[in-house]
Design a protein around this ligand. Structure first.
Ligand code: SAH
Length: 374
């Protein structure tokens, strides 16, 4: 095989790696061994994989690759969050954020360079869309985080216990690659995370939610942000295509198909004077009355390109209290890593100059990952 077609094994799902090994007339358990080296021990050098035969190791080194994405920079926040910027094959930069919370460590990963959905309050959306990340670029974020944190097997660093697709991009618009990466996150020979600790967050790509059923059973978060269609049409333009009732139906369908009692997380970014009135809280409470879920309120994280402001702490807690009085389970996401622009909706990366919107934002914007605190 020539160099240009050597497959990069890092991003191959368990099924795809098994298929490749079958093609090479190798036993399926060899593929499991390889994933343990790569994803559990962080080893990329075939020569070091000593439980595999020398001829196999030499063949893999000749015919395949193990290459993580390029790490461009690292930013540590005072509250213990870490943001990394990663170069993509398309020439853009995306961001991922690690959030330590006691025994829990959450990695917020990106699925696309930029985003096509153009939600009015999201910094990533302002960049426009560049490209889908490959499965290697998605799982590569987990691999790089584990290496950077020194938390591969035997390492002394903090663990990554949860992964949320709440970085740049719309995961359900990069369905196949996101699913391949999820297969590795859940695989016992790779990262072995429980399905409840991996969360896809979507702005409401209804066909994607329908496709998730039968393909995966990970946790699902919905970026709702408004209690009625006219307001949501403004904030999340995708709503014009898939209005709230259709979206909530798709979510019901996904959870009904899981065959066990689980529920979605509803994300609601609170923007001063836009969607944070008491009336909105009451309307939201009514909308979700017979819709089992947890509600996560995210006080808006400010950034340059828009005039939206964060509501006062009082109006955030008023909003929360109204929902609670109606019997809802509500959390307020604590903003973290704001000073390194790593909070929800602040992740921007540096998307290749390729979109019409980019004309308005020629300056390089560093860091476009939602202000994170899960
Ligand atoms: N496209 C997916 C993944 C992004 S998740 C989705 O929309 O769900 C990032 C979360 O942060 C989403 O709920 C998003 O709406 C929210 N968010 C975006 N910009 C924000 C901002 N400036 N302040 C607070 N939250 C924001």
């Amino acid at each position: 095989m020539s160099n240009s077609v050597r497959p990069n094994l890092l991003g191959l799902s368990p099924a795809k790696l098994a298929a490749l090994f079958a093609e090479m007339s190798e036993q399926p358990f060899r593929a499991n061994q390889l994933r343990r080296w790569v994803h559990q021990r962080g080893v990329l050098d075939f020569a070091a994989m000593t439980d595999m035969s020398k001829p196999l190791r030499e063949r893999l080194a000749r015919e395949t690759l193990l290459e993580p994405p390029q790490l461009a920079s690292r930013h540590d926040s005072a509250d213990g969050c870490i943001k990394w910027i990663i170069g993509t094959a398309s020439g853009s930069a995306v961001e991922m954020v690690y959030i330590a919370e006691g025994a829990r460590g959450t990695l917020c990963v990106s699925s696309q360079a930029g985003c096509a959905l153009d939600c009015s309050f999201c910094a990533t959306g302002k960049q426009g869309f560049d490209s889908n990340l490959s499965a290697t670029e998605i799982i590569g974020q987990m691999w790089l985080a584990r290496r950077e944190l020194d938390s591969f097997e035997g390492g002394q660093g903090p663990p990554v216990t949860n992964v949320v697709f709440m970085g740049m991009g719309e995961p359900l618009l990069n369905f196949a690659n996101v699913m391949d990466a999820i297969d590795l996150l859940l695989d016992d020979h790779a990262y072995g995370l429980s399905k409840r600790r991996v969360t896809i967050s979507t702005a409401g790509v209804v066909p994607g939610i329908a496709r998730m059923g039968g393909r995966t059973d990970v946790a699902l978060a919905i970026s709702l942000h408004a209690p009625n269609d006219s307001l949501r049409d403004e904030l999340v333009p995708l709503n014009r295509k898939y209005p709230i009732a259709v979206l909530l139906d798709a979510v019901r369908g996904y959870f009904a198909g899981l065959g066990e009692k689980r529920e979605p997380l509803i994300e609601y970014t609170l923007i001063r004077g836009v969607n944070d009135h008491r009336q909105h809280a009451r309307q939201l409470a009514a909308l979700l009355r017979d819709f089992p879920c947890k509600i996560n309120l995210i006080p808006f994280n400010e950034f340059d390109e828009v005039d939206y402001r964060r509501p006062s702490a009082t109006s955030v807690s008023n909003f929360r209290n109204i929902l609670r009085e109606h019997g809802h389970v509500v959390m307020v996401r604590v903003t973290r890593a704001d000073e390194i622009a790593a909070a929800c909706g602040q992740l921007t990366g540096a998307v290749r100059d390729q979109t019409r919107r980019r004309q308005r934002h020629l300056r390089r914007v560093e860091g476009a990952i939602p202000a994170c605190s899960i």
